[in-house]
Design a protein around this ligand. Structure first.
Ligand code: GLN
Length: 278
């Protein structure tokens, strides 16, 4: 049995690679440093460290889960987003780096003290980092999933402290009858429901309700655009993360609802963040 940290990591990378895992080195490093609760650089500086039987067993358990394509973030239970560590489990979508651009835009558009709504908050990633960067904002965050809200509340409490965000359970705008906001942000489900089960194996572990929507992924986005008009103050802004093939749909529907639409490319050069101004 391997007992030295350096050897274990080397061996683990090979096993993950053989198992068809896309980023074997990165995943091995995150899994092992997660189990040992050490910074990743220590895997190199402490490569001669002897591992205990318990540590080896726990790493083995994590490895077997990863070899079944469970995402690393669900195995370790954390995912970094906007330089903040978020608790995640299978009830919430794992925050993606692309969504950081949506946060940048929200920080840009949110005026001082603005009333902001984060629809489909999931893990709470967007709402929490927004409040973290901009304590002046008055933030509401909602989700249809009770289980997701539980995680979002845990994240808000751990990262921001008590009562910093107003969490509300409900389907899109249903709980906000007659309420208006200066800014609405959302990373809604927008993946084409026809692709269910046909994407990366890791995606199968994530909640379908957070990912998929009918009509080529546009159903939920369409509802949000239509209802936002009534829920935005004058000069209010709606920011949406969208699929890279949905820009024509957004332009058309946004215009129909009286918005001025512009769409920003993400860092990979794909049109992913829509800005709709009232
Ligand atoms: N960005 C995610 C993906 O491509 C989708 C997120 C979403 O539907 N909101 O897997």
């Amino acid at each position: 049995m391997i007992l030295l940290l350096g050897e274990l990591v080397k061996n683990l990378i090979l096993r993950l690679k053989d198992g068809g895992i896309e980023n074997p080195s990165l995943d091995a490093e995150i899994l092992v440093s997660g189990v040992l609760e050490i910074e990743r650089y220590k895997l190199v500086t402490d490569r001669d460290r002897l591992l205990t039987k318990e540590e080896i067993q726990k790493i083995e358990k994590y490895t077997l889960r990863r070899l079944k394509f469970e995402p690393v973030a669900y195995i370790t239970g954390v995912k970094e987003f906007y330089s903040v560590d978020f608790i995640v489990n299978k009830d919430v979508l794992i925050p993606r780096p692309e969504t950081e651009l949506l946060v940048d835009m929200a920080i840009y558009w949110g005026g001082t003290g603005a009333k902001v709504l984060d629809l489909c908050t999931g893990s709470g990633a967007i709402a929490v980092v927004l409040k973290h960067s901009r304590p002046d904002l008055d933030i509401y965050a909602s989700d249809i999933s009770e289980k997701a809200l539980k995680i979002a509340k845990k994240n808000a409490l751990g990262i921001l402290g008590p009562k910093k965000i107003n969490f509300i359970k409900g389907d899109l705008f249903t709980p906000f009858d007659g309420e208006k906001f200066n800014l609405i942000v959302s990373n809604p489900p927008y993946v084409d429901a026809a692709l269910k089960g046909k994407l990366q194996k890791e995606i199968d572990f994530e909640p379908e309700i957070a990912l998929f929507a009918g009509n080529k992924g546009t159903d939920v986005i369409k509802k949000i655009i239509e209802d936002s008009a009534d829920h935005l103050e004058e000069n209010g802004v709606l920011l949406l993360e969208i699929g890279s093939d949905q820009h024509d749909f957004i332009h058309k529907n946004g215009k129909k609802c009286g918005f001025t639409v512009s769409i920003l490319n993400d860092y990979a050069g794909l049109p992913r963040v829509a800005t709709l101004k009232k």
